[in-house]
Write a protein that binds this ligand. Structure first.
Ligand code: ADQ
Length: 748
């Protein structure tokens, strides 16, 4: 039932009750008036009748005539003249039997001791009785002549006409009340509806018109926009389970199925030549790809990326497009080619020797070279042009991913002023002071402020970004919305903690944990009673791999019972090996593993197993499912999806996650054993606690973390971000920035 229908029903019930109460009071009052009227009239009539009757008392014919004359009154039912001894002297035929001389005389004892005496004490008498025919007023009055009581007269008066009058009065009352109610409630209601209709038409007109709105409407319009945004958000309600389908629906509803363009340096699928010369598809080890690829499969569109596979050129069409994923082909990759110099300057140089160490507190000194900066600008322009070429409207939705493309948002905005650009920074944003180390910090900030939204994993990184903007640029801050306004362009700054698809497809297709364990035990040559820890990373100094291995050493040192039994396997994909710091790390990790193996190893036992190669996701998940613990020891990490993957893989609720407090994931996965990876004693304690943890506790912790990553999955992450973008687009349409033909007022 609608709210209006409920209101009207309530109104009618209230009216009915009111009418019922009023008509009850009116009925009692009017009945009393009428009956009193009738009795007064009857008694007056009888007083005059008894006088003339006394004269005709002994003349039967004359007496009958008088009775008939009285009976002719339309309200008189009957009349009788009775002797003092209660016998009938004369009567009219319709007088009811219950009110004839005997019955009335006896019931009222009208004749008392004074009858026939000289001092009659007879009093007039009356009553109201209910007969089957209706109510009747009956009165009796003595007939006295010269002081002698001759007898008495009975008069029966019909009162049923009073009831008829009452019914008529009640109907009249109801009609009057009905009309009043309609006038009192209906008219204002109609007027209010009309006013609301006119007002909302006016607002819609204003919204459609775009451009400058009259000043008096501006406060209202801004309230309306906020309300629309809030209502849309409530309607989409982020609660409940998010799936690929739900994300698709949200996109269709809010963004009218517009194509999404993703710009990321890394491509989700690369083609490489195998040893036999055939072409293989590879899934790169990248958190960004892990998170965004399911979004692209759900939403379709185009992913613009660097074509980095050595067989990439062989697999594209003449527009440099390749349809992926291999069996589904739901979206396509647009490959952009980079020269060696470009890759060296933009990727290895500025991005990974400059920005990466700048943004991570991991004790690597950032290096900024002017020539790298020049390549960074050039490549950002190249990718921005490719994005604009791929856009199929003037206002596409463009997701710009990560620190490789800080300049791209402003470059794209220049060519497509109406685009909705969401820049997501997958790594931490340093504090303002540290940001100042980069000689081109202003340009980076200005580039990012070309976006409609800039997203980070945590609120802390948002705050750092806003502080940097405040410190280095002339902008206006909208503190209520957490937005920055620069040259009239508003950029929202929001935390969107990234997540995994749910369910994770590699888990769905994985073997049972027992089978995985058996296979891994066999591959690693472990003893039956062995205990296994796992680490999965790109070989990057921010991931704290050295600290992790040192913590394993400390565990074996402090808990001798685990020597010969506990093995830690590190899946380490070599990464950015053209950079000296990464090559050093590679060697340092290898040397450390060797040292620990020498110290605690035996002929049939290696405490550290280092697998330095690329592993496809099914293999990574096999290891997750086989392990007793997973240690994520990042020194600084935007989020860290390995931690979430380990939890996702453990449908059997077994295994313990040890997680560095310096990851964004530590804010989501609070049931992990949270450690400071620099604190080797505590970290090794955590491993000992994990290895001895009762199964029930493992289940409780896993269950809670799994429920969290199931609910807050990557579809919700993208949904929230795209819904924010949709609200923003609406807002921009309302303020006339976008073209009218795409305007849809259904959200109002
Ligand atoms: P990354 O630094 O790449 O991501 P992370 O989030 O840990 O880090 O994701 C790594 C991904 O690569 C995982 O899916 C993992 O399975 C895979 N992987 C790692 N090592 C592998 C190996 N040896 N073989 C195969 N696969 C491997 C950046 C930020 C993170 C942020 C993500 C997403 O640094 O903080 O979580 O983006 O925003």
């Amino acid at each position: 039932m609608t709210r209006l229908a409920r209101f009207i029903l309530g109104l009618l019930i209230a009216l009915a009750l009111l009418t019922w109460a009023v008509s009850g009071v009116v009925q009692t009052t009017t009945r009393e008036w009428f009956e009193r009227d009738v009795s007064v009239h009857a008694q007056l009539a009888m007083v005059s009748a008894t006088r003339s009757m006394a004269d005709a008392w002994y003349d039967p014919e004359g007496l009958q005539k008088q009775l008939d004359a009285i009976d002719r009154n339309q309200h008189v039912i009957g009349v009788a003249a009775c002797n003092a001894d209660l016998t009938t002297r004369s009567l009219t035929p319709d007088l009811p039997e219950d009110f004839r001389c005997q019955e009335v005389g006896v019931r009222v004892r009208i004749l008392n001791s004074g009858v026939g005496g000289a001092n009659p004490k007879l009093q007039p008498w009356s009553t109201i009785a209910t007969l089957p025919t209706g109510r009747v007023y009956v009165a009796a009055m003595p007939v006295i002549s010269q002081g002698q009581v001759l007898g008495f007269v009975i008069l029966a008066h019909d009162l049923s006409y009073i009831e008829r009058r009452e019914a008529r009065a009640q109907t009249f009352l109801l009609v009057v009340f009905g009309i009043l109610a309609v006038l009192a409630f209906g008219v204002p209601l109609l007027v209010a509806r009309r006013v609301r209709h006119d007002w909302s038409m006016e607002v819609r007109k204003l919204m459609r018109k775009g451009g400058k709105q009259p000043r008096e409407f501006q406060p209202i319009l801004s309230d309306v926009r906020e309300l629309v945004a809030r209502m849309a958000e409530e309607r989409e309600d982020l609660a409940g389970h998010w799936t690929a389908d739900r994300l698709k629906q949200v996109l269709n509803r809010n963004l009218h199925g517009e194509k999404i363009v993703i710009l990321a340096n890394r491509e989700p699928y690369s083609h490489v030549f195998a040893e036999d010369g055939s072409i293989e598809v590879q899934h790169p080890a990248s958190g960004l790809v892990t998170a965004l690829e399911p979004i692209m499969r759900a939403c379709s569109g185009v992913w613009v990326a660097h074509g980095s596979g050595n067989a990439d050129r062989e697999t594209v069409d003449r527009n440099d497009h390749v349809r992926v994923p291999p069996e589904e082909e739901s979206y396509h990759i647009r490959r952009v080619w980079l020269s060696d110099e470009e890759q060296q300057g933009y990727y290895y140089g500025f991005s990974n020797e400059g920005l990466w160490p700048l943004c991570h507190i991991a004790h690597a000194r950032p290096t900024f070279r002017a020539e790298d900066w020049a390549y960074y600008q050039q490549v950002n322009q190249k990718f921005s042009d490719a994005v604009c070429d791929e856009a199929d409207s003037e206002d596409p939705i463009i997701l710009v991913e990560d620190y490789h493309f800080a300049l791209a948002p402003a470059m794209i905005r220049k060519r497509l002023p109406a685009a909705t650009i969401i820049a997501f920074w997958h790594i931490p944003w340093p504090n303002a002071e540290r940001m100042g180390i980069c000689p081109w910090h202003n340009e980076l900030l200005e580039g990012l402020l070309g976006s409609s939204i800039v997203g980070f994993h945590t609120q802390l990184h948002c705050n750092n970004f806003l502080d940097s903007v405040d410190r280095y640029l002339e902008t206006r801050r909208d503190r209520e919305q957490n937005a920055v306004i620069m040259h009239g362009q508003k950029t929202l700054v929001r935390p969107y903690p990234i997540a995994l698809e749910w369910p994770v497809r590699w888990v769905d297709s994985a073997a049972s944990p027992e089978e995985c364990r058996a296979r891994v035990w066999k591959d690693l040559g472990l003893k039956a009673d062995a205990l296994l820890g796992i680490g999965v990373d790109r070989l990057d100094y921010t991931k704290g791999i050295e600290e992790r291995l040192l913590a394993v050493e400390m565990l074996l040192e402090r808990y001798p019972k685990y020597r010969g039994r506990f093995t830690f396997v590190q899946l380490a994909e070599p990464s950015r090996t053209k950079i000296a710091r990464y090559r050093d790390l590679n060697e340092a990790v290898e040397a450390l593993a060797d040292r620990i193996n020498e110290r605690f190893g035996a002929a049939d036992y290696r405490p550290i197993i280092l697998l330095r190669s690329h592993h496809e996701p099914p293999e990574v998940f096999r290891y997750y499912r086989a392990a007793d613990l997973c240690y994520v020891s990042s020194l600084h990490d935007g989020m860290n999806l390995v931690a979430k993957e380990f939890v996702a893989a453990r449908a059997d609720l077994r295994g313990v996650l040890i997680l560095s407090e310096f990851t964004g994931a530590a804010q989501d996965l609070t049931e992990a054993l949270i450690v400071n990876p620099y604190d080797l004693v505590r970290s090794s304690n955590a491993m000992a606690v994990a290895l001895a943890m009762p199964e029930e506790e493992q289940h409780d912790r896993m269950r809670s973390m799994r429920s969290m990553i199931g609910r807050f999955n990557v579809y919700r992450w993208a949904g929230k971000m795209l819904m924010d973008a949709a609200h923003l687009r609406n807002h921009e349409r309302l303020s006339g920035r976008l073209t009218e033909h795409v305007y849809d007022s259904s959200n109002i």
